[in-house]
Design a protein around this ligand. Structure first.
Ligand code: SF4
Ligand code: SF4
Length: 135
């Protein structure tokens, strides 16, 4: 960058407002696509652990036995990979930012539904055995 270009930028920035905002004193700009934080619908989670495997920062922990889903908000970089790969679409990206954290923590743990139980095949009304599939 030449001295002339440098001087031009310095002079123009003297007469323009800063691009930054005084967040959180002033609210941040948000759109429908703003990645604020991950939320879960516990009823839809089948504890498949896809989100845990795909998360690049190991922010998610799924306990299949205990049927719990946990997110460490200090690790989450809101990349939305978990949201995009969840097979039941029970994860969503809320466009609301979390409040600033001043201490270690931010772990959220919820109890989820777990794997769907297979429904037993309905018996025919007349008591006959269900017809076998022909190949
Ligand atoms: S948004 Fe990204 S970093 Fe955050 S939990 Fe999901 S996959 Fe991990
Ligand atoms: S949140 Fe989605 S991807 Fe993660 S364990 Fe539950 S069903 Fe699987």
């Amino acid at each position: 960058m030449t001295l002339f270009e440098n001087t031009k930028i310095v002079i123009s920035s003297l007469f323009t407002r800063p691009a930054t905002l005084m967040y959180p004193a002033k609210p941040a700009k948000k759109t429908a696509n703003t990645r604020g934080h991950v939320t879960i619908n516990p009823a839809g989670c089948i504890t498949c652990r896809t989100c845990q495997r795909k998360c690049p920062t190991q922010a998610i922990n799924v306990d299949v036995k205990e049927k719990t889903w946990e997110i460490d908000n200090m690790r989450c970089v809101v990349c939305a990979v978990c949201v995009d790969t969840c097979p039941t679409t029970c994860l969503t990206m809320d466009n609301q930012y979390r409040p600033a954290m001043t201490a270690r923590g931010g772990i959220e743990k919820v109890t989820v539904a777990g794997p769907k139980k297979k429904e037993p095949a309905a018996a025919p009304a007349n008591g006959a055995k269900p017809a076998e599939k022909k190949e």
